[in-house]
Design a protein around this ligand. Structure first.
Ligand code: XMP
Length: 520
């Protein structure tokens, strides 16, 4: 079984986040990075020797679902308090500090969840430049009843008298609420205060530092060995590939499986950027016929998805085998993928798969995931730092199964061509109208409905095309976009005039939920 490899970077100035399994941990890391300080998440039981080696300027204990009195509650080595490194405990982190340093944690009768007004002692360096009250997100059952010796109270709510505590001389702080989420007003300023006022960071980290450091550590790790990357044409795998190319040049080979289900011209654009701009070893496999053959007469959306996902891996495996043994397999996994694949409790609405799942029988030793800790917007910034063209970096999300799930019913080459052209016109008009930055996703769907129309003096019996455009920030929920009628009209007239086989256009006015963004 190949080892899972995560890239760690060697930064001079770093905040260490000790993970107690809280749901917002990556968000804490991200907020620290937004303060221009690099942060790294490690398990709560990371040995002291390792922590000394990391030499962080400060440590944050995250929240977590446990109670300190529980059997097997995650604990830390108390030696951590003697390292003279500033500590901020959030939620469970605060309770843990209290428990270990001799204070008292108790269970409340009922869980407190929601945004609450917190009274702050704004003379504390943690709350510098705050007023005396602030809206903060509380989500806890246990609470700190008595502070440990040497600590003073710096925050309270009507329900929770000890919502914040400080030991300024030891630079140990605890807060019961979550500064990392948007529900806490100006929470990032609290993190900023901790990182700057308390830990003394200078804030010299930027996205370009991420690029430099990652390239450096990839170089050290991979050296002269060989790496293989599956390119899908999407942002994540493209950024991962360019990072690797910067680090190891021709020792990286990219395989771009073109399933023929990409948007108009997209396959050629990807090839051009990677071959011409970056001179990357790129193998493009034109596998359209193979995918269409597998999809023949298949109209069930889930089957389409499964077929495409599996076929993608098979094509990749075949090409990879021709190359022979490689040492590393590069994946463009980003943090939201890590969360999604980690949460197994939800019902499967659609089997989303990101092209580039794990191939079998490909000979490699370790997986490299240089973007594993980043959020999508951070990946985009990294892409821009690397000089990847804006139109690729800001490409709207495109599903792994491609246009196959935007053709309702069975997929044929003819339908694929119709949809490609129609979608191209829609995108063209949206860009001309200057709406391409404000709409988060917009595309055409070829329905399997035919209806009667009239063109010139002739009867037509052709396809109905649906236009879909949504505004969303997380793609979990979305509102249908109120595109001005005159733009919709232009699109409609152009598509019906320029594309044979479409005689009717409809605009999708459902939000998500109840609909989903894609039609299949
Ligand atoms: P839905 O249709 O579930 O889509 O509302 C939410 C977002 O996910 C994209 N999507 C996919 N992305 N593989 C992907 O990589 C998939 O199988 C897939 N299905 C949907 C969709 O385009 C939207 O942005």
């Amino acid at each position: 079984m190949p080892k899972k490899g995560i890239m760690y970077m060697k930064e001079d100035e770093k905040i260490l986040i000790l993970d107690f399994y809280g749901q917002y941990n990556q968000l804490i890391a991200r907020r620290v990075r937004e303060c221009n300080v690099y942060s790294e998440i490690k398990p709560y039981d990371t040995p002291i020797s390792k922590i000394k080696e990391i030499n962080p300027k400060g440590i944050i204990f995250t929240g977590g679902p446990s109670s300190v009195y529980e059997e097997n509650a995650p604990m830390i080595d108390q030696e951590l308090f003697n390292l003279n490194i500033p500590i901020l405990g959030i939620c469970y982190g605060m309770q843990l500090i209290t428990y270990l340093l001799g204070g008292n944690v108790e269970k409340a009768n009922k869980r407190e969840y929601g945004t609450t007004t917190v009274t702050l002692d704004n003379t504390s360096p943690l709350f510098a430049e705050f007023g005396t009250q602030n809206d903060c997100l509380m989500t806890h059952t246990d609470f700190v009843k008595n502070l440990p010796e040497g600590f003073v109270n710096i925050a309270s709510t009507s329900n929770c008298p000890n919502a914040g505590m400080a030991n300024d001389s030891k630079k140990i702080y605890g807060i019961q609420f979550h500064p990392e989420v948007n529900h806490t007003k100006d929470g990032i300023k609290m993190i900023h205060n901790f990182v700057y006022n308390i830990c003394g960071c200078s804030g010299n980290w930027k996205m370009s530092s991420f690029v430099d450091e990652t390239v450096k550590s990839l170089k050290e790790k991979i050296g002269n060995k060989k790496a293989l990357c599956a390119l899908s044409g999407g942002v994540d795998s493209s950024v991962a590939a360019v990072l690797l190319n910067k680090a190891i040049g021709k020792n990286l080979t990219c395989i771009f499986v073109d399933h023929g289900l990409l948007r108009k011209n997209e396959g050629d654009e990807v090839e051009k950027i990677f071959k011409e701009q970056y001179d990357i070893n790129l193998i493009r496999v034109n596998a359209k016929d193979r995918f269409l053959a597998k999809l023949k007469d298949v109209s069930d959306p889930e089957r389409k998805r499964k077929i495409i996902g599996e076929e993608f891996i098979r094509v990749f495996e075949e090409e990879a085998k021709k190359i022979g043994k490689v040492d590393y397999l590069v994946q463009g996994t980003i943090y939201p993928d890590v969360i999604e694949s980690g949460s197994s409790k939800g019902q499967t609405i659609k089997s989303h798969h990101n092209v580039g799942g794990l191939p079998e029988g490909v000979d490699f030793e370790e997986i490299v995931e240089p973007l594993r800790d980043l959020f999508k917007d951070e990946v985009r910034k990294t892409g821009l730092e690397l000089g990847i063209p804006e139109n690729l970096v800001y490409r709207q999300p495109f599903p792994g199964p491609g246009l196959a799930i935007r053709i309702i019913g069975d997929v044929t080459e003819e339908k694929l061509n119709i949809l490609k052209e129609a979608d191209y016109i829609f995108r063209d008009e949206i860009a001309k109208a200057g709406l391409d930055k404000s709409l988060n996703q917009y595309f055409a769907v070829l329905t399997n409905l035919k209806s009667v129309g009239v063109m010139g003096d002739c009867r037509t019996y052709d396809y109905t095309l649906a236009l879909r455009a949504v505004e969303t920030s997380d793609f979990m929920t979305a509102t249908w976009a109120k595109i001005p009628y005159d733009i919709l009209e232009k699109v409609s007239v152009r598509i019906v005039n320029e594309i044979k086989n479409i005689n009717r256009i409809v605009y999708d006015i459902t939000s998500k939920p109840p609909a989903t963004i894609e039609w299949e």
